[in-house]
Every structure is written in structure tokens, then in C-alpha cells.
Design a protein around this ligand. Sequence first.
Ligand SMILES: [Fe+2]
Length: 297
Amino acid sequence: MTIIHNQQDVTPAVLKVMEQTSDPRLREIMVSLIKHLHGFIRDVRLTETEFQQATRILNTMGQQSNDKHNEFVLMAGSLGVSSLVCLLNNGDNGTTETTQSLLGPFWRMNHPVTENGGSILRSETPGPRLYGTFTFLDQNGAPVEGLEVDIWHASPVGLYENQDESQADFNLRGKFITGADGTMRFRSVKPIGYPIPTGTTVGMLLAAQNRHPYRPAHVHVLAHKEGFKTLINQTYVDETSYLTSDVQFGVTAALIGKLEKHTGPHPEDGEVGEWYTLEHTLTLEPGVSKLPIPPIK
Ligand SMILES: [Fe+2]
């Protein structure tokens, strides 16, 4: 290594060391990281005080993270990083639209097996009825039969059952199997959007940027079958402006379900009052059917 004389000498000196990394992928990542990181510091002319603040913020974010809260994941979402990684790695490696999305923090294993068309209400949950019809196709547009589909979502007050003592275990969660037409149907109640936690570093950033903390209402989907890449999806069920201002930048056009409001008796169960239908078509890509590690038990 040659002796460093000035700020311009630092980057080549560090890059030379990064080039010594044995693993080729780690080398590629570290070289690019240094180029962008040093470039960013020059770009904003980072001051010494700001640098001290930055290291303090990262320290604090580590201290705010634990088994139940991951501040870095929350920050990655709030900066659009999670969405970018998802869109780059799906839809034929970022070349086409995809119905893949983020898993979120509340998928659980072993959702109760529910018959096609059955209800996922496991305790009384007031709110407008929702009748979901999801169709799963392969890349050639053929229906995928025998797909195992987990559905879960927040209640009409914006809480998942694991966050809410008043809901039964596994309320608003169910496991379905698609029929020969690649379709599964479920009955539930219409979820609403909910805020991400705002008591930590991410909340301070949102306040500084005059941003609301809300995610638009959505239904989570996890579908898997041998021969297909596990489909992780959030289907949006929202009529609000949160669709275009999702705090986690998760909404894409391919993820917005067809939501329709109805009144009068439902044709099948005859119940009266306001009810909604939600239809969506999701596409599976070939790949490995691997389940994610459940974020909660
Ligand atoms: Fe969610």
C-alpha cells in the first residue's frame, strides 16, 4: 500500500485492499460498496459532526432491535430497499411485472387448513364482509392446481391476531388448496391499513420528512408447490391514498386486487348489508419451493 497524502488517495488505497477478498461475490460487493460509500461522502461533503451522528444512529438502531422488532428491516422498507431487492430478484430478474412482494413480520407456520371458500374468522370480528377469489397461474397462463396457499391479514381495526388479545389464535389466517382451475376462495372481513411502529429511529425519520406511517390495507399470501418458486405476495385491498404513499414502498401495480363494494343480499349466503369482493390473479415462476423462516411462532 502506498502512503496516503490527501482525500483523493483514500479511495484507491481502500479499493486495493478490498480486491484481496478471497470470495468473488464478497469481493464484488465490497468493491462496489466502497466506490458508492466514498462517492456518497464526497457528494454530500459529510461533516465530522454528521459522521458522529451517523455512527450514533446506527448504534441506536442496533439497540432498538430484538427478537420482536427489527429496526433495520423497518428502515430498509422505509427507504425502498426491501422493495427494490424484491423487484430485482423476481419477474424474470426484474425485467417483467411480478406478483411477488414482501413477507412482512407476521407469517406463522401451520395455518389452520380451511376448505375452499371457507371462512378464516376464528372469533367474532366485526367489519364489512370480504369474499376473496385468488387465481394462481404459471408463466404460460395455465392454472396451478394443488397449490398450498396461506392467507393472513389484519383485522378491520388494523391489528393481526398475534397483536390483539381480543382475537382467537389464528384468527384471519387459513391454509387453502387450489382446485383444478388454479383458484382458491375465502371468506373474511375487510382489513384496513395500519401504521408501522413509530417510537424508534424510523419514526424520527418519518417525522423529519413529513411522512405518515401507514401501509395500505392488504391481504398476505404465501403459495407453494414443488416446481415453483414460493410465491410471497401482498394483495392490496385499499381505496385510500395510502396506495400511492405506502410508507414501505411495497405497492406495485401488479399487487392491487380488484375490490368491489356490494349491497343487498349475498347470492350464496343471503346475508344482507355491505360486502366486498376481492379478485386477484397471481403468477408463479419456476424455481425452488422453499418456505421462509417464520418471523413469529
Ligand atoms: Fe401486513
